[in-house]
Design a protein around this ligand. Structure first.
Ligand code: SF4
Ligand code: SF4
Length: 704
């Protein structure tokens, strides 16, 4: 299939999205910057697309299929409900949120998240949802957030399996799916009941376990991975080993033989559940203290949210002052005063008795597992040992310098961070300037840094508006590749154009040329006007270069905490789906620029989300480790290091005292890759032994 994307601005601004776009184009997807004005049906039932390309030329092409990427808006019912309960709605029709929290509505105690606050992707919505939990935790005490639930002691597992087959049918599923699951499982040996679960999965499952006295579960639904935690919670809170279950993915059933596929999958689930052996569980004490590394906006907000939930926090900052990059930012994208907000946050953190701030301090070593970490911190010439249950990494990132565009050679060529600082220190400079130029994507979206720095388009447009308000005589030019004022920030782009800011597009093949008389006097910028297709010359008083934001010391921190970096050197998210604030190591959470460049509002939201996840662990007195984890049989290990190289979470290591590989049950994610790869079959998955894999098919075939 030949695919073409017609676009106006390519807004691949989030973590990993620019790389995704580059992969698409290198796989042959055509991108055409254009404006489509008409789509006609042709005589042979194809579609004729008529558009104007970026040179202003009229073009037409024929396609078999056209997909319209339509805009998003909140549902009328949701907006109406919001208005009825007295929430402020912004001019785009979304719920208005507050300056210091992108999830707090205009009414105290009412929070909003997801598509009702702005157009959000899945990860953004999940992050906002966790941030809401954090906000609620800060005042809803003592339950349910301060104390972890207590589980009954584990019942001895009956040798005779009693299997509860539970399914959940989502909207849009085959209406007969329930009947089919029942038909497949009802008469199988060991099955005590086949039940449909309602929307309260946890409550329904617990009730059914109680009623049927089942000791194993087969859970069938369209996204079993997402619901595993609920099934485990239901089993554990019913006094059963939480790993005595199998899942059946109903989403993958399809095509011609979907009836028999469903039957096979359900019956295989029952067969495997029959031969499950309960894995041993071990309890470790949870140290009810958090370590937050990085005292910028995100680090401080995470620390404060955790402290407000009642837990002690050690906040480590490597410089002599809290605030990080926010110290140089005048306003946020909405034009609100960032410095006031920052000062208030620093004061609140300083006064909070539960937060201990260590300035001029650096992390040196870390060991342990979720709930049970020990970290060595160096401050001046002393080393401090800290025991903590969770870690939040908020170590920030730095604006890069450049050798392009006379940077470092001419006094009036600034990076965006320097311009921001100058706005705070010397506003009169801008009151006396007549022309300003902003050059976008300096060092971002280039082969060395093939990612978008995410917030610099919004920064340039916001600053242009502010400068023109400060000095209405000033003319501002923004030289860009794509304008990425995403979501609600689009209104700034509109406002800037209405205010007279001139936007000039450039290609990397013909970047703007910056010169200066005698190298240090009057600046001159030459660019090609993409509409007139001829060179234009601007004589600015100053130039702001929107240089890339790059990770700062992340490699060292990643090494110490055993977390992964992504291809761009930022902290990688957990490879498990939909865990946007979790690192690749359990119990270690991510916030702020160290995860990916973002503006202050998104940093605060992510910081609150990380705090909510951290408190999930801190509120428990003990943590059970073990379960679906891999275990090395030392006598069989040949110390070939295959598992060390294979594990995506970097868990196995060679224990030289034992002369064999070791897998920490508190850290193993149970993906099974090392089990499959170990050439000596020295690793087993406790719940999924080779014996079980042999016995289950025999059971299905009726062979004893
Ligand atoms: S892959 Fe197997 S044999 Fe090799 S080190 Fe790991 S456990 Fe030992
Ligand atoms: S099961 Fe997966 S997470 Fe656990 S040690 Fe093996 S490869 Fe790593």
């Amino acid at each position: 299939i030949e695919t073409t994307i017609f676009y106006m601005d390519m807004r691949t601004h989030g973590k990993g999205f620019e790389r995704y776009m580059n992969n698409a184009t290198s796989s042959g997807v055509r991108l055409i910057r254009s404006r489509i004005h008409t789509i006609d049906r042709t005589d042979n039932d194809n579609l004729l697309v008529k558009y104007v390309d970026d040179k202003g030329e009229a073009q037409k092409e024929i396609f078999d299929l056209v997909v319209l990427s339509v805009g998003l808006r909140p549902s009328a019912e949701a907006t109406e409900l919001a208005a009825r309960i007295g929430l402020k709605i912004n001019t785009d029709g979304y719920i208005q949120t507050k300056q210091n929290s992108e999830v707090q509505t205009s009414k105290p105690g009412i929070y909003a998240c997801g598509g009702i606050t702005s157009p959000e992707d899945i990860k953004g919505s999940i992050t906002q949802a966790s941030a809401v939990v954090s906000e609620i935790m800060s005042f809803l005490k003592p339950s349910p957030f301060t104390k972890g639930s207590r589980y009954p002691s584990l019942k001895a597992v009956d040798t005779a399996p009693r299997i509860l087959v539970a399914y959940h049918a989502c909207n849009g599923m085959d209406p007969e799916v329930g009947q089919k699951v029942k038909k497949a499982a009802s008469n199988m040996s060991g099955v005590v009941q086949v039940v449909q679960l309602g929307e309260d999965l946890l409550g329904d499952l617990r009730k059914k376990l109680r009623e049927t006295k089942a000791n194993r579960v087969v859970f069938a639904c369209c996204s079993p991975e997402l619901h595993k935690a609920l099934v485990e919670e239901a089993l554990r809170s019913s006094g059963l080993n939480p790993y005595l279950y199998e899942t059946v993915d109903l989403r993958v059933v399809g095509g011609k033989n979907k009836g028999s596929q469903l039957q096979d999958r359900v019956q295989a689930g029952v067969a495997k559940a029959t031969f499950l052996t309960p894995p041993p569980l071990r309890e470790v004490e949870v140290f009810k203290q958090a370590l937050v590394v990085g005292g910028g906006l995100a680090g401080m907000q995470s620390a404060l949210s955790i402290a407000k939930s009642g837990y002690n926090v050690i906040l480590v900052e490597k410089t002599e002052r809290l605030g990080g990059h926010c110290n140089h930012v005048k306003t946020n994208w909405r034009g609100e005063n960032t410095q006031e907000q920052l000062e208030k946050l620093i004061r609140t953190v300083d006064r909070n008795r539960k937060i201990k701030v260590l300035l001029n301090a650096e992390v040196k070593r870390n060991v342990g597992s979720p709930g049970h970490f020990s970290t060595t911190i160096k401050q001046a010439d002393k080393e401090i040992e800290v025991l903590h249950g969770v870690t939040v990494l908020a170590t920030g990132a730095n604006p890069t310098k450049t050798t392009e565009y006379l940077y470092g050679k001419h006094r009036n060529v600034f990076t965006w961070a320097e311009l921001s600082q100058k706005l705070l220190d010397d506003p009169s400079f801008f009151k006396n300037s007549k022309v300003g130029v902003f050059i976008q994507c300096v060092g971002s979206r280039e082969p060395d840094r093939p990612y978008c720095s995410n917030f610099c388009c919004t920064f340039a447009v916001r600053t242009a508006i502010d400068l023109m308000e400060m000095n209405p005589e000033m003319q501002i030019y923004i030289l860009y590749r794509d304008i990425r004022t995403f979501g609600l920030r689009e209104s700034l782009y509109r406002q800037a154009r209405e205010n007279g800011v001139v936007f000039i597009k450039y290609e990397t093949s013909s970047k703007p040329l910056v010169t200066a008389e005698n190298g240090i006097d009057s600046l001159k910028v030459t660019a090609t006007d993409h509409i007139l297709n001829r060179p234009i010359t601007i004589e600015p008083d100053f130039i702001s270069l929107q240089t890339a934001i790059a990770p700062d010391g992340s490699a060292q921190i990643a090494e110490i905490f055993g977390v992964d970096l992504d291809e761009d050197g930022f902290f990688a998210e957990s490879p498990e789906k939909l865990k946007p604030v979790e690192s690749t190591r359990p119990g270690v959470f991510l916030a702020g620029l160290a995860h990916y460049p973002k503006d202050t509002g998104d940093s605060l939201t992510q910081a609150n989300a990380a705090a909510a996840k951290a408190v999930e662990i801190l509120r428990k007195d003990t943590i059970e480790i073990g379960g679906r984890v891999a275990e090395v049989r030392p006598e069989k290990c040949a110390v070939c290091c295959t598992c060390v190289r294979t594990c995506p979470f970097h868990i196995p290591y060679i224990d030289h005292d034992k002369g064999a590989a070791y897998i920490d049950p508190g850290l193993c994610q149970g993906c099974g890759m090392c089990v499959a790869e170990c050439p000596g079959k020295a690793i087993t998955m406790v719940t999924c032994s080779d014996e079980m894999l042999n016995d289950a098919p025999a059971f299905l075939l009726g062979i004893s």
